[in-house]
Design a protein around this ligand. Structure first.
Ligand code: ZN
Length: 345
């Protein structure tokens, strides 16, 4: 059972200066995978550039040219959070291509599961707007590509980044072929992702938002996964599961206020892997989104690979939060999601 990973030094060339989303994130992941000898258990997948046709499965052609123009003119800020450098367009094209190649490797059976270690991240990018450090929506592009190339009827995107993936939601809001499930801190950036946002038309019910109060830790996330994510995925019966894997819900991550540990990530990944094994012959593709404490990020990504490989000894070098404050109760929220909004078993 091979587990693949996409990585290439090209991803370091999106130069964001002192920004929290910087090349050190991927450098920390790769160096940790090497130091722990985990990397030699993995199968490398070459990324390759996405074509304009592939990117335009999701983004308007004018928007794609706009990103290219800004980079060619030397880069600059696309919104208050999102900065580009001269190489950013090329890197973003490779990030989308990385998510596509990881998906192809899984769909073609070259590997059982794969993780695209790419940047810039993607889940905030809408069809025509860069935001929240994201230029092209890598997961959405891989999803559209998989639906088209492999003639799939249904796939699921599970997004556990601490932020709501507003871009991914918007792109598939009226698409009944894609189940989008997001757990995120709420209220928080970008403001979307309320429990009442469930999709429109034929896609009503195929967007599942689980807006969580600040302070949730492993126990709360596992409750949500067991009681909402699992039954929602089972009902939808996806043929492929894509994951927007953001690690900014780790307790040591300064960008948000959740209390998840490396052990918690491992347990969430185990549930997702179980769903893929049960529902879609194991077909599972992760794509990196957030995660800004590089030590926590590297340890969490390694734990993710350990679970995907079936390794049982999961190291958690950071442990639980030393300043753990009382977690909020989310029983009411879960009940509402199950009974009133999504009518889950
Ligand atoms: Zn995030």
């Amino acid at each position: 059972m091979k587990v693949g990973f996409v990585y290439d030094p090209v991803y370091l060339k999106h130069d964001t200066g002192q920004h929290v989303e910087n090349a050190k994130r991927l450098e920390a992941i790769i160096s940790h995978l090497e130091k722990t000898r985990l990397k030699q258990q993995l199968t490398p997948i070459e990324p390759g550039a996405a074509s304009i046709e592939e990117i335009s499965l999701v983004h308007h052609k004018q928007y794609i040219s706009h990103i290219q123009d800004v980079a060619q003119r030397g880069g600059g800020w696309l919104d208050a959070d999102t900065v580009t450098s001269p190489n950013s367009y090329e890197v973003a094209v490779y990030a989308a291509g990385g998510a596509i190649k990881a998906t192809e490797a899984v769909m073609d059976g070259e590997v059982a599961r794969a993780f695209a270690l790419v940047r810039p991240p993607g889940h905030h990018a809408t069809s025509q707007r860069a935001m929240g450090f994201c230029l092209f929506n890598n997961v959405a592009i891989a999803a559209k590509y998989a639906l088209a190339k492999y003639n799939l009827e249904r796939l699921a995107i599970i997004d556990f980044d601490v932020h709501h993936g507003n871009g991914t939601q918007e792109i598939f809001y009226d698409n009944p072929q894609v189940l989008y499930i997001s757990t995120h801190q709420h209220p928080f950036y970008p403001g979307t992702g309320s429990i009442e946002e469930t999709g429109v038309g034929e896609a009503k019910g195929t967007t599942v938002n689980i807006p969580l109060p600040a302070g949730c830790g492993d126990a709360e996330y596992l409750q949500v996964f067991d009681q909402i994510v699992v039954p929602a995925a089972r009902r939808f019966k996806p043929q492929l599961i894509l994951v927007s894997a953001g690690y900014d819900l780790h307790w040591a991550d300064g960008i948000a206020l959740m209390q998840v540990s490396v052990t918690g990530f491992a347990q969430m990944v185990k549930i997702i892997k179980g769903l893929a094994d049960e529902l879609c012959s194991g077909r599972l593709v992760f794509s990196l989104e957030g995660g800004y404490n590089v030590t926590a990020l590297a340890a969490s990504v390694k734990a993710t690979f350990d679970v995907l490989l079936g390794n049982t000894n999961i190291e958690d070098p950071l442990g639980q939060s030393p300043h753990r404050f009382a977690a909020p109760t989310i029983t009411h929220l879960i009940k509402k999601a199950i009974k009133e909004i999504h009518n889950l078993p």
